[in-house]
Design a protein around this ligand. Structure first.
Ligand SMILES: *Cc1c(COP(=O)(O)O)cnc(C)c1O
Length: 334
């Protein structure tokens, strides 16, 4: 099987900001762009992106999940990086256009078409380490994908609880920006090599935040606990969807700080579950926590029932098997 996100449809939607306005967008070949080697993004990481999915329903229709939330976050990431403001309507049109173009190639569920809007600072200005790029480029790539975690439905993840380092600078956490992933990469690679873990759960000063690319949730009986929104971590749209579904199912949702101590204590209770949420990960069970050289099983260490139930409820909406009562799907004509 090919790696997640390594196959692209041959065209993407692209527009450029010339300092004053966005150009009309076009569908262009996706295998190259032209960029000055002094482009702002290549030196000062003026870049942000989004990740969302389109699904094929049984009737053949193609539906994009929570697109407007992703566009709002893209707009905010651009603003927080001092990139030119996006035109949300245009970005919406670009996403729909490119998904329509490849509607026939959207895989059957559980596969999907992964959509990757990208915004980069293009001004050739290496003197602007402390200045914004006045020009930029936005493009929408699409990539057919299967399941992100290939271990199967019952596989669980091993996470290292890291209290000393952090994923990125605290004021950057909510921005979906390239530099944040570069910042988390080496600590994660080292921990994978030395400790055989799957991901680091970053917990600076004992505050349980998130992993390199997914949000963290603890499920204790009928209660779901996850960190309340602040600037320090990425505000996942899957997180929001799962919390909404959990409330719909009558669960207590606690959005609040969770300490490493509380996490380790609660996770030892029978029936306790933990999971990672994200567009790619959906809701993936966590079986083991590593902390200061000790291993802690979460509950019985196996994939939990409530995690599976929440994941299924989300997939059912995305796949057209349950009513879309929150209006999360946008239909694309094919
Ligand atoms: C994208 C991302 C998430 C998950 O966000 P979704 O909108 O649910 O896909 C969580 N954490 C980080 C760091 C991310 O980049």
């Amino acid at each position: 099987m090919t790696a997640f996100g390594s196959v692209f449809m041959p065209e993407m939607a692209l527009t450029q900001f010339d300092g004053e306005k966005w150009s009309d967008f076009n569908l262009v070949p996706c295998d190259s762009i032209s960029l000055h080697p002094g482009a702002h993004v290549l030196h000062y990481a003026s870049t942000c992106f989004e990740g969302l999915k389109a699904f094929r329903h049984a009737d053949g229709s193609v539906k994009i999940f929570r697109m407007d939330c992703n566009i709002a976050r893209f707009d905010q990431s651009s603003a927080l990086l001092a990139l030119p403001a996006i035109d949300g309507e245009q970005t919406r049109d670009m996403i729909i256009k490119v998904v329509e173009r490849f509607a026939k190639e959207v895989p059957e569920v559980p596969g999907s078409l992964y959509i990757r809007p990208t915004h980069i600072g293009t001004e050739p200005a290496i003197g602007k380490a402390a200045g914004p790029s006045t020009t930029s480029m936005q493009y929408i790539l699409v990539s057919p994908v299967g399941d992100y975690f290939t271990g199967g439905a019952d596989a669980t993840l091993r996470l290292l609880l890291e209290e000393d380092g952090m994923r990125c600078a605290p004021h950057m956490g909510r921005i979906k920006s390239g530099g944040n992933y570069a910042s988390a990469l080496l600590p994660t690679l080292n921990a994978k090599r030395d400790l055989g873990i799957d991901q680091i759960l970053f917990c600076p000063n004992g505050d349980v935040q998130e992993t390199g690319a997914a949000n963290f949730m603890l499920i204790d009986g009928n209660t779901l606990i996850t960190k309340a929104l602040d600037d320090s971590f990425l505000h996942g749209i899957t997180r929001d969807s799962i919390l909404t579904i959990a409330r719909d199912l009558g669960m207590n949702v606690e959005e609040r700080d969770l300490s490493v101590d509380e996490l380790l204590e609660r996770s030892q209770k029978p029936g306790c579950e933990a999971a990672l949420s994200g567009t790619a990960a959906v809701l993936t069970p966590v079986g083991t926590l590593l902390h200061k050289g000790k291993e802690y099983q979460v509950g019985d260490g196996k994939a939990g029932e409530t995690t599976a139930k929440l994941r299924k409820a989300l997939n059912d909406i995305q796949w057209g098997l349950a009513e879309d009562k929150h209006g999360w799907l946008t239909c694309v004509s094919s």
